[in-house]
Design a protein around this ligand. Structure first.
Ligand SMILES: NC(=O)c1ccc[n+]([C@@H]2O[C@H](COP(=O)([O-])OP(=O)(O)OC[C@H]3O[C@@H](n4cnc5c(N)ncnc54)[C@H](O)[C@@H]3O)[C@@H](O)[C@H]2O)c1
Length: 259
């Protein structure tokens, strides 16, 4: 029970990694605001937590919208209390290269990952002050280490999170608020398996294609893709008092894929 008495706000909370964080945080005693672009996905996770005896609410939120952030944070604080944990999981990708990537794709990807995390931090900080401190997690990627020649907006946004994380860590350390970047490797989730509006996939990119699955597995020295729970356990550590002296850092949870 590492998070007793804490309130957590989790974006992309209706998704695989965000959902795993919400369930684990609730098991560890936190009350959880589950926020997602698709409100029904958020509500499903919240209902599951409540059915298991925990405390949670589900909220609709497009992280690209400052007005929606203000409403969602106010609703979470009035239902659960001041927010001590923020996890920015929401993201988007369109897996095409420089020549094919449009300005619209750039706006979707950078807006969801980088602007969304920036707006989230700004929206939640006043609540964290009322909580007496807090911890923020931004969700990085292998693209936060070596973006390569794929989707340029994805590389720019995930590298951008390195700077955003350090900027928030430096700014708010004196107020007992930490900020950490968690960078997963290849995680078996709908983000890389299904055809989503925020993350389109075809057989050319999906891990439903055995060639793509195998390529990602072989790129992972520990020999398997990560599960959402692998990542959630590291996020729990980073958000708990066990990580009281960790801020501005990147923690990779990738089976060694960054090497
Ligand atoms: N799966 C991987 O291999 C992998 C690796 C590294 C990083 N990531 C990052 O993980 C995140 C995706 O999570 P996942 O892999 O669990 O996939 P997922 O598709 O299960 O979850 C993503 C969730 O984010 C929500 N979302 C999308 N756009 C949003 C918006 N604008 N506002 C609010 N919510 C929004 C979706 O509805 C979905 O529930 C992204 O940030 C991605 O960059 C994924």
């Amino acid at each position: 029970m590492k998070l007793v008495g804490r309130v957590a706000f989790v974006t992309g909370g209706g998704g695989a990694m965000g959902g795993a964080q919400c369930r684990l945080f609730a098991q560890e005693g936190a009350a959880v605001a589950v926020a997602d672009l698709f409100p029904e996905k958020a509500r499903t996770v919240a209902q599951e937590i409540v059915a298991a005896g925990g405390k949670a609410i589900g909220l609709g939120l497009d992280v690209r919208r400052a007005d929606q952030w203000a409403e969602a944070v106010a609703a979470a604080e009035s239902a659960l209390g001041p927010i001590g944990i923020l996890c920015n999981n929401a993201g988007a990708n369109v897996r095409v290269g420089f020549d094919e990537q449009t300005e619209e794709m750039w706006d979707l990807i950078v807006g969801s990952i980088l602007t969304g995390s920036f707006l989230g931090i700004k929206a939640v900080i006043p609540s964290m002050r009322r909580a007496g401190g807090g911890a923020i997690m931004n969700l990085g990627s292998l693209a936060s280490i070596r973006p390569g020649g794929g989707s340029p907006a994805y590389g720019a946004a995930k590298m951008g999170l390195v700077g955003l994380t350090r900027s928030a860590a430096m700014t708010y350390a004196k107020e007992n608020i930490r900020c950490v970047l968690i960078s997963p490797g290849h995680v078996d989730t709908p983000f890389i398996r299904q055809d989503n509006v925020y993350s389109p996939n075809s057989l050319a990119t999906s891990i439903d294609n055995p060639d793509n699955y195998e390529r990602r597995r072989l790129a992972t020295p520990l020999g398997r893709l990560q599960t959402p729970d692998d990542i959630a356990r590291a996020v729990l550590f980073a958000m708990s008092d066990d990580a009281a002296m960790i801020t501005g850092s990147m923690i990779t949870v990738d089976g060694g894929a960054h090497m």
